[in-house]
Write a protein that binds this ligand. Sequence first.
Ligand code: TYM
Length: 337
Amino acid sequence: QTRVLTGITTTGTPHLGNYAGAIRPAVAASTQPGVDAFFFLADYHALIKCDDPARIARSRLELAVTWLAAGLDPERVTFYRQSDIPEIPELSWLLTCVTGKGLMNRAHAYKASLDQNEAKGVEPDDGVTMGLFSYPVLMAADILMFNAHRVPVGRDQVQHLEMARDIAQRFNHLYGQGREFFVLPEAVVEEDVATLPGLDGRKMSKSYNNTIPLFEGGAKALKAAVMRIVTDSRQPGEAKDAEGSHLYSLYKAFATPDETKAFRAALEGGLGWGEAKQALCDRLERDLAPMRARYDELIARPDRLEEILQAGAARARRIAQPMMAELRDAVGLRSLR
Ligand code: TYM
């Protein structure tokens, strides 16, 4: 059995990047024979980036529904909220105690904050919380707790996976005495969607405010966002540079190779950007419309969702509790009897 695990931070409305980079490949993997899947809402991670309780609560709901609408089968997949598993922060502390500060100094998210502060001319650590600094340790706990083999993610998470492997090795080395407590996890990155661009061509990201919402706001909001995709000034009839356009990258992430080839030929043959946007909209709608119908139906049933998530948490804890008991024992936190 291969364990596949992934999570999404509950700070905003799920967008196309989350779907193509993580949700779609994860759900596809979960239906393969021999795969034991763990998908979760990273709501403790959310507190690092967001101190608006209403937004966290709303995002948890939207993300839970998004996973289910995208085809996650909760009978088959262990589906839970990180914050319903108290063993995760407990493991995070054990891991914190074996993680070098130097390793965390190299984390991209932390370094990005340092760079921004330098550009602003303020103290290097201005506004940097310990949550942000230790973010990769909590993520390692998410993964190592369940001994995940494979972690489907977008490219921005690859460094965190490398850190999780480092931390696992360090713990195994210190306490394993020939035993491997933790499996070394591997990132699984789908090349075509490793970094899905947003409206402005930068990585689609909540923090850049350049996202295309997956379901929220319906077909209308999707279309409105697609129409705001930034293009060059080439007119209809002029040949377009398909490879250089993020509109094309977005299309490619959703279409079959044949459809993509035809779209590319049309762009190079002078298709206008307005028509190209309409074609992208139609292609997205084909995949998203049936899922959106399930989304709208489910989001009106919070009781049912709560039930699903609690059942998932109970299932996850049946693994996390004995694992944590072993780890406590390994580090010397033992009963006196
Ligand atoms: P988060 O919430 O930023 O993003 C969730 C997933 O979506 C992917 N993604 C993208 N993929 C392609 N193109 C994009 N523009 C794009 N934007 C986001 C991300 O790579 C990610 O796979 N730290 C994680 C959440 C997390 C986690 C974990 C993931 C916590 N614990 C354990 C895996 C395993 C995060 O903030 O992802």
